[in-house]
Design a protein. Sequence first.
Length: 590
Amino acid sequence: MKDFLKYTAATIVGLLIFTIIIVAFGMMSIVGMIASGNSTAPVSDNSVMVLSLSGSLEERAENDVLTQFMGETSSTKGLDEVLNGIKKAKENDKIKGIYIEAGSFSADSYASLQAIRKALVDFKKSGKWIVAYGDSYTQGTYYLASVADKLLMNPQGMIDWHGLASQQMLFKDFLAKFGVKVQLAKVGAYKSAPEMFTADKMSEPNREQITAYVNGIWDNILKDVSESRKISVEQLNQYADSLITFGEPENFVKCKMVDKLVYTEEVKDVVKEMLKIGKDDNINKLSLSSMANVKGSRDNGEAIAVYYAYGDVVDGAAGSILSQGHTIDAQKVCKDLEKLMNDDDIKAVVLRINTGGGSAYASEQIWHSMKQLKAKKPVVVSMGGMAASGGYYISCIGNYIYAEPTTLTGSIGIFGMFPDASQLLTEKLGVKFEEVKTNKFSTFGTISRPITEEEMSYLNKYIERGYNLFRSRVAEGRKMSVEEVEKIAQGHVWLGQDALKIKLVDALGGLDEAIKKAAELAKLKEYHSVAYPEPEGWETQLLKQFNDNNYIEAQARLVLGEYYEPFLLLRTMDKQNAIQARMPFYLKVE
């Protein structure tokens, strides 16, 4: 018995020591990663930056500590890290070119792709070159790769070139099969977000605005590709109409869409030729993640804060849980803006925004904080893929607003949706309700019955009041009359290039232009930008990774695919803020 206890104790002690050693090594690895992340990467002479277009593109890069610890590469890229990498490659004399490796790449918007393409065009203006290769090209990756000096493709590859479309899923009849309907209060003929649950066909105003912005985005793509590849717009449209995608690969060369068909191993020879080195020489390569540690232009002068706000607009932690993913949490954003307002080292602020909106109440709180910030220092808005509805609500008070030509913005309108599952409960499931109440409207909002006409009249007045407030905020920010705002409001979605004509934005441009404008308004001769809010620490990231909800969400996304977002909205509709200022839910243009 003594020997048993002795060996058992020894085993337990051994396991404890082993666990401590593993944890220690893990901590050392994490510390090492953090230290390496802060170190400066050396750049060899005659180097090339490799831009791998695979995975997904989001507004901002977020370091995944667990992924790095496992030695894996994140499948998600941030628009900010891509643009910074290209900018550093342009400024560094040792980097001679960029090699684009095209794969399966999903971007959050064509406005983000347009920003990257513009940066690549600017890179070439410095006298440097770009080579692109893909086994196959998606329409988005081809749009980027078309800027290359040499555009290469696998001899058995293809280019997905078919034009753009936007499809809307409509769930009204589906819900009716289960005895569920959605009651709606809204303002704005073009406010089409609720149509997903309240209509069985696309409304004419919605069809009108979708037609306008889908054609507008496609026109931008055609214009840019036409200029780079020296192919007429008419010819590019003809290629799309003939489904050139499924043609012989040699046809892409004949049509000037690619320069040459080569296998993967032959691409190295092309890059070596551009670097003017021998075939037996090694290529000095720098990945996008390595570029993060390459020294850029000096951070001289005063600081301009770039505050990133993207995802659904929500009010507090509860809203963040309902929305999933990255959010614009009004409670946090307002505190952050207050800190920036009181930070004397920050001379101006650029709000980098990418959102289709969300809670109207949360948008109003952020608008108020933006106004307070603006009273103390210049505030410039830089719109990404979307800055619509609640996103425009937040933006309209800025001193100056920039948008990309293909940014989706405007959508000045609000609505409230109220699910009614009483038929499901009473007729299909046989549930009965008995009630005792003190007042006429005591049972308002319960699941036992739909909202009455009288109650809906009160809700409509409430929604109308919110819409009037939204219009007045826009009128104040854009120095327009309420009547002028009404002419371009009604929930109408506009492309950035069209929003410029109706004074919803001040200029077309990206983040760099917004930073320059902020410096001009703050009267700064020397300046640098600082990104906010700061990334989450590794401790917080690790805790999130082991959260059961994250695992369940990941599995649900995997199973439901494109139906996940509408399902999540339907499940949480009764818990969402009553008034919503948002774009059509989870808009997809492809």
